[in-house]
Design a protein around this ligand. Structure first.
Ligand code: HEM
Length: 502
């Protein structure tokens, strides 16, 4: 059993040679840590031997205690006798009928609009093992391989949360992506899902069985990594004009691939590349997909320095005379464009989910900060101009999110071809809506945090990072401008086919 200290025990450790403080009923020995404290040692010495909870929460957010427990050497749990245990939030369920009780149990932070209204998610793994380290990983531009493997391995998820394959649907995927995004780092999210999430579906859906059987198990257990390589130095959203060429060898057994790919997520760590190549004439009918394996030789990857998503491994790739067996063709020759387009809808929905959760993170961080920071004798939240900012954030998040649920419901109910035809336009429009919302929320949150979101790390750290991540969402996967135009063009084309009356 851990030792319990009384307040007078703590009070005797009030000098720099033995410096203890209490935060929220826990005792911290900061004697060694004081010299490393980023806020300075004098400020700690002033509260030595005292309950410093109020001062602590003024300058830090929740992640600090979890992350710095080792350095701060937590002595023991000490809830002083006179302090009554904190009451749990009154369960709204108390008066509800028994079968509704679970659904109504209060969940999460309870800040209005900071979670979708129905929310009952799984967040322990993310909060304890991921969130406290995300800033460090982002700065190092790498997430430890062990985290990737743990994420891939099914045993990451406690039993009740494992959804059987036949019950898994797009809403489960939405929930998982949404939860991952709560850490407030596009780099982290793209590190763990940005490669296989878009590189794997074409292989699984259109690859030859022998290829899938050989490649997929290693990817699913996290030993191997795959990425999607479409964009080129000279062909971004204009996929039909890509130039990376794949020529069939004289004996018809291999494609010889030459060309460059740029801004490829996870590329530096990838063992496999799902690559869009030109196998035929110009335009969309000359494009195919190949699974290229690093072991084939002739594949070089270099990390690119980018504005945001630092830990996602954005990569420049060159293929030089890579010999790819014809068995590695995904789908049919010269029919890759359609596969790429179907894949784009899935990718865009992922981007939308992430953007809307990042918008919520900006909003939630702002609400928390506005409730503690005081200016001109008032808390920020008491200034109408700040509430106006929060209101504009919340209304855009909720409106966009409800459109997202509506689109996901329709995707779930339609077949793939129908969904591609009917929902391509709305998904493109929603992607633009989500990135504009994200940009707005990141901007407004930065204004609310002021200087704290201008410097990296600390209380405004998430907001500062997300502000840098905005362009990584508004440009790839179809830029905002292309998305808005496509949303009308595609919807009109389909409506015409279906008998639109003008
Ligand atoms: C368990 C004890 C503590 C730990 C582990 C700790 C850790 C940290 C860390 C990591 C930072 C860097 C900024 C950030 O990442 O948020 C920081 C900054 C700071 N801390 Fe602490 N701290 C502790 C207690 C305290 C207390 C009790 C006070 C005040 C009495 C304090 C005052 C400050 C100040 C003023 C800053 C600078 C904030 C800024 O840059 O705006 N800290 N602390």
């Amino acid at each position: 059993m851990s030792k319990t200290f009384t307040q007078s025990d703590v009070a005797s450790h009030n000098k720099s040679d033995s410096l203890w403080i209490v935060v929220d009923g826990d005792v911290y020995d900061l004697t060694k840590f004081q010299d490393d404290h980023p806020g300075g040692k004098k400020i700690l010495q002033r509260v030595a031997g005292k309950d410093a909870s109020k001062q602590f929460w003024k300058y830090h957010n929740e992640g600090i205690l979890k992350k710095h427990q080792a350095q701060a050497r937590r002595c023991s749990r000490a809830r002083p006798q006179e302090e009554a245990p904190k009451p749990k939030p009154a369960a709204a369920a108390a008066a509800a009928p028994a079968e509704d009780a679970e659904a109504l149990e209060p969940f999460g932070e309870q800040i209005p609009f900071s979670d979708p209204s129905w929310y009952q998610g799984v967040r322990e793994w993310i909060e304890t093992e991921i969130e406290p380290h995300v800033t460090e990983w982002d700065e190092k531009k790498e997430v430890p391989a062990s985290v990737y493997r743990r994420w891939a391995a099914a045993d990451t998820w406690p039993e009740p949360q494992v959804v059987p394959h036949d019950k898994w649907d797009l809403f489960h995927e939405m929930l998982l992506t949404d939860e991952l995004s709560r850490v407030g780092s596009g780099g982290f999210v793209w590190n763990v899902i940005g490669g296989f999430g878009i590189g794997c579906p074409p292989l699984v859906k259109f690859g030859k069985k022998s290829l899938v059987d050989r490649i997929l198990p290693g990817i699913l257990n996290g030993d191997k990594r795959i990425c999607l390589a479409i964009t080129e130095p000279d062909a971004g959203s204009d996929v039909a004009n890509l130039t990376c060429e794949a020529k069939l060898s004289d004996d018809g057994k291999h494609y010889i691939v030459n060309g460059e790919k740029k801004w490829i997520t996870n590329g530096i760590w990838a063992d496999y590349f799902t690559v869009a190549v030109r196998t035929g004439g110009p335009g969309m009918n000359g494009v195919s997909l190949l699974l290229i394996e690093r072991d084939f030789g002739g594949v070089s990857t270099r990390r690119m320095d980018c504005q945001g998503v630092w830990s996602s491994g954005t990569t420049y790739i060159t293929f030089e005379d890579v010999k790819v067996p014809v068995e590695n063709l995904i789908g049919k020759e010269n029919q890759g464009f359609r596969v790429i387009m179907t894949n784009f809808n899935h990718e865009r929905i992922g981007i939308i989910i992430q953007c809307l959760r990042f918008s919520r993170v900006c909003y939630e961080e702002s609400v928390k900060y506005a409730n503690k920071r005081r200016t001109f004798g008032k808390k920020l939240i008491e200034h109408p101009v700040i509430r106006l900012k929060l209101a504009h954030m919340a209304r855009q998040i909720e409106a966009s999110y409800n459109w997202l649920e509506n689109v996901i419901y329709q995707c779930e109910k339609m077949g793939e071809t129908e969904a591609m035809l009917r929902l391509g336009g709305p998904i493109a429009g929603l992607k633009a809506q989500a990135t504009v919302t994200f940009e707005f929320c990141a901007r407004e949150a930065s204004q609310i945090f002021g200087g704290l979101s201008y410097s990296r790390g600390g209380q405004g750290g998430k907001v500062e990072r997300l502000y840098r991540d905005v362009r990584a969402y508004a440009i790839p996967g179809g830029s905002e401008e292309i998305m808005l135009d496509l949303s009308i063009r595609q919807s009109m084309r389909v409506a015409k086919m279906l008998g639109m009356k003008l």
